[in-house]
Design a protein around this ligand. Structure first.
Ligand SMILES: [Mn+2]
Length: 466
């Protein structure tokens, strides 16, 4: 493939060098004296030619189907004349035209050529630079504020999730040289195994929020949340806010960076490092990568260009082994015992699987078991029952093809507590007090039989199991 660069301007030499750094596949053709000299100075193959009237064939150039011609000229009438002359030659190769003006009129005249306006090239470049400059300013402002007090307490709102944990840890790294004390607190609790695995694997020190933490007089920060989320509010205003949720009233604060079009707060923190040229340690990058992945559901939800750029950059810096350790740590070991109960208690009839596990400590057990059973081939309905001290919990999973799990859950169990859900996932939480009216003794066998008789009203296959 040969690349011909036609027209005038210093840009021709830049294009030639960009596309053919070794200068072997490229030839510049120009009638402009300064352009010719510039190419010579840069040791670029260049020929003098007036392409507004000279044909390529007359210059001894065979413009073949695999070749490309790039045309750029600051002089609009001359650019138009070159295009007319080239079009009349019915060239075989592809022609790309950079035009100083709007492409529309030219594109209509020469639909066989590909056009790009200078403005769109600069727009893309400048937007990127503008974004970077913005981020650098943000980081500088943040550091200036933090240096005043040199103590920061980052509070995660609610139950810590990967995006919040990763962002809080990345902020710690960013501020490391400028603070004497940095702590991460959370107001909720760790409810998911993989989030616990994340803080253990990546060695993120976190602690349950306690107002006494304010005693040392730290600046208060929050990531992946906004002050309005904290109800009741924290005892002092939140000074630093970095988030991607829809903007709410931030109240008195010193610094905020809320980018509502971003898929994760991890993306913002990633830019803080990349745009300021800071080193991003592997464990911090791994956290940010996981935070971004979880919040965007592997780049399938709420994704912006910035998220994709961050994903690409983080991927190279991520420790795959650490990431796997976190992603595979979804269940506590004790779950194995429940799986063994669930499997031995299971009743399968046609495409329906039912299992009653009896009393459990954490009703999430039923969810894990149901999620596992629905993956079995040939099974399109799963119903799993578990019991706590006050409630009987029934978890539904279906392939979603025929019947609506949420509606069935609701119609069967609405009167006993709460019930409902989606087409493929549903849940009912029955108050044992109300079940007792029909099952006087809450023994496992009696509850199981009662559940089956209820379910068989809607799921005929289960009728045969009673
Ligand atoms: Mn988030």
């Amino acid at each position: 493939m040969k690349i011909y660069i036609l027209g005038a301007g210093y840009r021709l030499a830049e294009m030639a060098l960009a596309l053919s750094p070794k200068r072997e596949d490229v030839l510049v053709l120009t009638s402009d004296e300064p352009t010719y000299r510039l190419c010579q100075e840069r040791h670029l193959p260049v020929r003098s030619a007036d392409l507004t009237r000279e044909r390529l064939a007359d210059l001894g150039i065979e413009f073949r189907i695999e070749d490309i011609a790039i045309i750029s000229d600051y002089d609009e009438p001359r650019l138009g004349a070159i295009l007319e002359c080239l079009a009349a030659q019915r060239p075989q190769g592809q022609v790309l035209v950079f035009t100083p003006e709007s492409v529309r009129a030219l594109a209509r005249r020469h639909p066989q050529f590909v056009f790009k306006s200078h403005r769109s090239v600069y727009r893309n470049e400048l937007r990127e630079m503008y974004r970077r400059v913005n981020t650098i300013q943000k980081v500088n402002a943040l550091l200036r504020i933090v240096r005043e007090r040199r103590r920061v307490l980052t509070v995660i709102w609610g139950n810590p999730d990967p995006d919040a944990i990763a962002s809080a840890r990345a902020l710690q790294e960013l501020l490391a040289g400028d603070v004497e004390e940095y702590r991460i607190a959370y107001t909720g609790q760790f409810t998911r195994q993989e989030n616990l695995a994340m803080v253990h694997t990546l060695k993120v020190a976190t602690a349950k929020w306690d107002p006494a933490m304010l005693a040392s007089g730290p600046l208060l920060a929050t990531v992946d949340a906004q002050p309005s989320f904290f109800q009741p509010p924290l005892p002092q205003p939140i000074d630093l806010v970095i988030d991607h949720h829809p903007l709410s009233e931030l109240g008195p604060h010193r610094f905020s960076d809320v980018r509502t079009d971003y898929g994760s707060t991890s993306t913002i923190l990633t830019e803080y490092f990349l745009d300021t040229g800071r080193r991003l340690p592997r464990s911090v990058a791994t956290g940010l990568f996981y935070g971004l992945k979880v919040d965007t559901n592997n780049l399938t939800r709420n994704v912006s260009d910035a998220d994709i750029d961050a994903f690409r950059a983080l991927r190279m810096r991520t420790d795959e082994n650490l990431l796997r350790t976190i992603e595979f740590s979804q269940m506590p070991l004790t779950m194995l015992d429940y799986f063994s109960i669930a499997i031995s208690n299971k009743k399968v009839c046609r495409d329906v699987t039912f299992s009653y596990l009896g009393q459990v400590d954490n009703p999430d057990v039923g969810v894990y078991v149901a999620d596992f059973f629905i993956k079995l081939s040939g099974i399109s309905w799963v119903v799993v029952g578990v019991r706590t001290a006050e409630k009987l919990i029934v978890v539904f999973r279906t392939d979603g093809l025929r019947r609506h799990a949420g509606r069935i859950a609701e119609s069967l169990f609405r009167d006993y507590g709460t019930a409902g859900g989606h087409r493929t996932m549903a849940r009912a939480e029955l108050q044992l007090d109300r079940v007792r009216a029909e099952v006087p003794e809450i023994a496992d066998v009696a509850v199981e039989r009662w559940l089956l008789s209820k379910l068989s009203l809607k799921l005929k296959a289960l009728g045969s199991l009673r």
